[in-house]
Write a protein that binds this ligand. Structure first.
Ligand SMILES: Cc1cc2nc3c(=O)[nH]c(=O)nc-3n(C[C@H](O)[C@H](O)[C@H](O)COP(=O)(O)O)c2cc1C
Length: 186
């Protein structure tokens, strides 16, 4: 069982990267292999149908697709930008969803999490991300985690300050692994 973890933010001190690191730890503790992805390793041009027609998928998209396709499940930790999905993440998903088949998100079990200094914790971004994965035939599990006031939620070592968040993240990761095992694609 392998779970790919994808932070939706690029910046080094990203709160969502911190969340992704903690999710990786929880998932490893559950006995699954973790593949920590970083969108910085897969820089892509803005999606352009002409570019696609002339050159096919960028090499970075092909590599990202392969890493996602090799996983049984996907954990996304993403901020919301202007109540929606950050363009960087959406652009990567859009490129990765293009032919040739198989489309890498089809049948993938997905957990969504977010962190934001704001009062909603990025929950509106997750609400926008859910239908994106749904149309791509992924199974997005019902529970999700949004960490509000996230600028105060992590200590200097990157751990949660409030153990309530540990419990919520553990429950989310457990459910992801449970559903992924039940729906295993191979
Ligand atoms: C373009 C942009 C739009 C943003 N819009 C929202 C928003 O709608 N809601 C929110 O809670 N935070 C919003 N923020 C603040 C982000 O939640 C905050 O910068 C957060 O730390 C980004 O995630 P990161 O720490 O993982 O990089 C926005 C930030 C940017 C750069």
């Amino acid at each position: 069982m392998k779970v790919a973890i994808l932070p939706g933010a690029l910046r080094r001190d990203s709160l969502n990267r911190k969340l992704a690191v903690l999710a990786a730890r929880e998932l490893a503790a559950l006995g699954v292999e973790v593949d920590a992805l970083d969108l910085r390793d897969f820089p892509m041009p803005l999606y352009d149908g002409d570019l696609e027609a002339e050159q096919g998928l960028p090499e970075t998209t092909q590599r990202l697709r392969a890493r996602i396709a090799a996983a049984d499940a996907l954990f996304v930790a993403s901020p919301e930008y202007n109540s929606g999905v950050p363009g960087t993440l959406k652009n990567a998903i859009d490129w990765a969803s293009r032919p040739p088949r198989p489309q890498p998100f089809a049948g993938m079990v997905v957990a969504l999490a977010s962190a934001s200094p704001g009062p909603y914790g990025g929950a509106r971004g997750l609400a926008a991300l859910r239908p994106v994965f749904r149309i791509l035939d992924a199974h997005v599990i019902s529970p999700e985690l949004s960490v509000a006031a996230a600028n105060k939620a992590f200590d200097d070592a990157g751990a949660f300050v409030d153990e309530r968040h540990d419990k919520q993240l553990r429950a989310l990761c457990s459910e992801l692994v449970r559903v992924a095992r039940a729906l295993r694609r191979d």
